[in-house]
Design a protein around this ligand. Structure first.
Ligand code: ARG
Ligand code: ZN
Length: 864
């Protein structure tokens, strides 16, 4: 009996296989908002039309709504019923008009889903299922409607009233109130609905499309932030031009507005014609934003803009198809960013991100395919797998098709599915049809989870002049998928001669389709060194037996910048893994390779900075059967110190090489700053007596946040007197800038000092810390969870602290709590002591009364 009750209390899974088309279409909706933070009245008039012949009632989703009235064809009714969260109405005919009136309380909405208050303004977030917290509606992406929206609000408090589409009328409503009407001519699903009401300033711009239409652009922020909007506006114009040139996609409305808000659950949202952004992805000036922030702003502005076609004009049939829009749009924004600066460095950054976030996800309890088969809470599936592995799938198809056929295929996709809700299968079918290439086996990339591994080796028969490359693929088991079929893995390969350093072959694209394959290359007159997975052509792990000497050789001679970087990383990784496991510290090969890279005048400083950076503690840990966080940390620190000492002169000259002059956001200046920060890190790691003084003087003299934050991080890891001073100066200087205070919290939570766990627990009590703001919660808890050694303290204090915070946060904001949980789920990767401590915290979370679906799904799956 108890068991049965328990089973009933558990939220149910939704399955992809259960998809049914909607029983009713809603071609038109008219929404009327009487806005007030404490009590907003929403009146929704829906035209509904029976879809097919089924004799189904109308079912409208609703959550946390106070239902006031329902009418059908203008007549109030009371024979409606609630089934769970659905309002169910039996309708006699095939077409009706339904009107509902509800009351909601935006100022009590701490989940930040639906209509909520942020900084005194009102805004919305509807993806995935937030619209049902605004009004009753079939809240699913395959119901597309034309929206007419009327907003009425207090004129002094909410002078600006924005919604999707084009503004059509506005006026005075008397009593100090005013109204505005907006119409969006493009049918859209409810998750793309948005409104904003507030006291906002605007930075306006214009874009003339290739067919000569002028689009009015606006970036809306609080008055005090208006000077920080120029970069975002510029990025928007670049994005609009890029999508015309590269994908032939033109913007379709007369206005495009972006609003920045401080309280936001994720990065940004592509609502039709009215993007709403986390302010961290809009606001920038040299004094407060790093180069990394500038890059991220341009990438996210581009991402949301590109969704206008890959997401809005063509949306998803159901949420299992989420990667249809997200994977493709990430691929598109990566291409945009690559075109703005160094494509090689962008690829390196993207692969580093994939390895930091997606590989661990794919190897852990929350692993899921790019097109999942089931979920409890869809918000939990906005993951690195859906987004970043999804983008890698598109990239592999683009590689296999080649640029012309890929463009023909995207043209076909945009034309054929415009105005519809499509599937991943529709996209792949367009790739096949436009190219004539069979992608039957490729489809497994959508259904099989886990990171594929490829074992690669090369043998040379000097007498015959023949090289033999042997490849074998392995698909590791993942939850619910113990066995898997072979994938098609596109591998770019090239051979280099170990003696002469010259290329022995052209680059070849090899499609590994079978479990194992052999490639024979003739006329190989010297010992060949294998360059494989060039450009990271497939999102796989390569297990090769290449020696330290061969890796160092590739780091020097490979003509593919990614492969060069990769050889260096592999060399470092091999060295660090050996050191962590056996305590053996033979640093010579790494020191030589780093010295060589630093000395090479032909290399771009931005590339050098990436290439000489050691793999993260987490990534080293990922290579071990059982992660020993302390051994990993000490092995890495020892190598850092050794590199710092043995190459002291080179770090000093790299540090000094950056040209002086005022801050400029150009690829060259960015590269110099990046290398300067990396060099400073090594100088500090060397233990040089003047390191803290050097960092502090950069901290004080810098005219930009990139240098200042780089210096602060270097100081935050040490224990010089300058450390406290710099943290205090930084705090006081930016006390009124939330985004910069986030950096202050984050830098301390990422510190490699022994006392970081204690410091983080104290910071959670700091007056500026709050769980109510997702950026602030992430700046401390997210950074701490990513700090492998501090979080995994052997006494379990890190686990207990995070679990306490998650349980508290879940009551306010389940989505953000669930997003911060995964570090606790990695218990299988640790020793039995730590594993038991982590499991105990997961069990405590699952047993918490009133737990959200979001956190329940993440924590319970992590216990399995
Ligand atoms: N579609 C948005 C974007 O990628 C993100 C929405 C995230 N929604 C969520 N429930 N996590 O640009
Ligand atoms: Zn997106």
């Amino acid at each position: 009996m108890l068991d049965a009750l328990h089973a009933i209390a558990q939220p149910a899974a939704i399955r992809r296989a259960d998809y049914r088309p909607p029983a009713w279409a809603v071609p038109d909706i008219a929404l009327d908002f009487d806005l007030d933070p404490a009590a907003t009245i929403v009146t929704a008039r829906l035209t509904v039309a029976r879809n097919g012949v089924a004799d189904e009632p109308l079912r409208l989703d609703g959550e946390a709504l106070e239902l006031l009235t329902v009418s059908v064809d203008g007549i109030a009714i009371d024979d409606w019923r609630m089934e769970g969260d659905q309002l169910v109405i039996d309708l006699p005919g095939d077409a009706h008009t339904i009107e509902t009136k509800v009351r909601i309380a935006p100022d009590r909405n701490t989940q930040l889903m639906g209509l909520y208050a942020s900084g005194g303004n009102l805004c919305t977030q509807c993806e995935a299922e937030g619209f049902r917290r605004i009004t009753f509606f079939p809240d699913r992406p395959d119901v597309l409607s034309r929206y007419l929206v009327r907003l009425t609000a207090d004129k002094a408090r909410f002078p600006v009233l924005l919604a999707n589409g084009d503004p059509i009328a506005a006026g005075d409503a008397g009593d100090g109130r005013h109204w505005a009407e907006w119409r969006d001519p493009f049918p859209k699903p409810s998750y793309l609905f948005a409104l904003v009401a507030g006291d906002l300033a605007v930075n306006r711009g214009e874009f003339v499309t290739r067919s000569g239409r002028t689009v009015q652009l606006g970036i809306w922020v609080r008055q005090a932030d208006i000077a920080r909007t120029e970069h975002a506006l510029h990025a928007l114009k670049l994005s609009m031009a890029w999508d015309e040139q590269v994908y032939g996609r033109e913007y379709d409305l007369n206005v495009f507005n972006i609003v920045a808000v401080d309280d936001f659950n994720f990065g940004a949202m592509e609502n039709k014609g009215l993007n709403i952004f986390n302010s961290r992805y809009i606001l920038a000036d040299p004094d407060t934003a790093t180069d990394y922030d500038y890059d991220a702003i341009a990438a996210v502005v581009a991402h949301e803009y590109f969704h206008n076609w890959s997401g809005n004009r063509i949306t998803c049939r159901d949420w299992f198809q989420l990667s249809l829009k997200e994977g493709f749009t990430v691929y598109r924004d990566q291409g945009f960013s690559a075109d703005q600066g160094s494509a090689a460095v962008k690829r390196i950054e993207d692969v580093r991100g994939l390895r930091a976030a997606q590989f661990p996800e794919d190897a852990g309890p929350l692993a899921h395919p790019v097109r999942p088969d089931s979920y409890i809470e869809i918000s939990n599936f906005y993951t690195a797998t859906i987004y970043n592995k999804g983008a890698e799938l598109i990239r592999m198809m683009a590689t296999i098709l080649g640029p012309q056929a890929f463009r023909a295929a995207t043209d076909l996709y945009f034309e054929r599915f415009d105005g519809t809700a499509a599937t991943c299968e529709d996209f792949v079918a367009c790739m096949e049809e436009a190219s004539g290439i069979d992608l039957g086996q490729f489809r497994r990339w959508y259904s099989q989870a886990g990171t594929s591994r490829v074992a690669a080796s090369i043998a040379h028969d000097a007498g015959e002049g023949r090289a033999t490359i042997r490849l074998a693929q392995h698909q590791p088991p993942t939850p619910g998928q113990p066995e898997k079929a072979a994938m098609v893995i596109p591998l770019k390969l090239r051979l280099f001669g170990a003696e002469t350093g010259r290329a022995l072959t052209d680059e070849q694209l090899f499609l590994l389709k079978d479990p194992a394959a052999t490639i024979v290359v003739d006329d190989v007159t010297e010992r060949p060194v294998l360059s494989i997975n060039r450009g990271f052509s497939a999102p796989v792990v390569i297990d090769s037996d290449r020696s330290a000497a061969d890796l160092a050789f590739l780091a020097r001679h490979d003509d593919d910048p990614f492969a060069r970087y990769e050889a260096m990383q592999q060399l470092m990784l091999d060295t660090l893994v050996a050191a962590a496991i056996e305590g053996r510290a033979d640093h010579d090969a790494v020191v030589d390779a780093v010295a060589d890279t630093l000395a090479n005048p032909d290399l771009d400083p931005a590339f050098v900075a990436e290439a000489v950076l050691l793999p993260s503690e987490a990534f080293i840990g990922d290579q071990l059967a059982i992660v020993d966080p302390d051994a990993v940390f000490h092995a890495r620190e020892a190598l850092r110190r050794d590199l710092g000492k043995r190459l002291a002169d080179q770090w000093r000259s790299a540090y000094a090489a950056a040209p002086d002059g005022p801050y400029a956001y150009t690829p060259a200046a960015k590269g110099h700053r990046r290398l300067r920060a990396v060099a400073l890190g090594y100088i500090a790691a060397s233990g040089a007596a003047d390191a803290a003084g050097l960092a502090f003087s950069l901290f004080e003299s810098a005219d930009n946040m990139t240098d200042r934050q780089g210096a602060l991080s270097a100081l935050a890891n040490g224990d010089a007197g300058e450390r406290e001073a710099a943290l205090d100066i930084f705090y006081n200087r930016y006390a009124d800038n939330g985004l910069v205070l986030d950096k202050w919290f984050q830098t301390q939570a990422l510190s490699s000092r022994d006392d970081t766990g204690d410091v983080v627990r104290q910071l959670a009590e700091h007056p500026d810390f709050t769980l109510a703001n997702p950026n602030r919660a992430r700046s401390l808890l997210g950074a701490f969870g990513a700090n492998q050694r501090a979080f995994n303290a052997a006494d379990g204090s890190g686990y207990r602290f995070l679990a306490d915070q998650l349980i508290a946060l879940d009551k306010l904001n389940p989505q953000t709590a669930a997003k911060l949980m995964p570090p606790l789920g990695r218990w299988r990767r640790f020793d039995p002591n730590r594993a038991a401590l982590m499991r105990a915290e997961l069990e405590r979370i699952v047993a918490t009364p009133g737990l959200s679906k979001d956190l329940f799904e993440q924590a319970s799956k992590s216990l399995d």
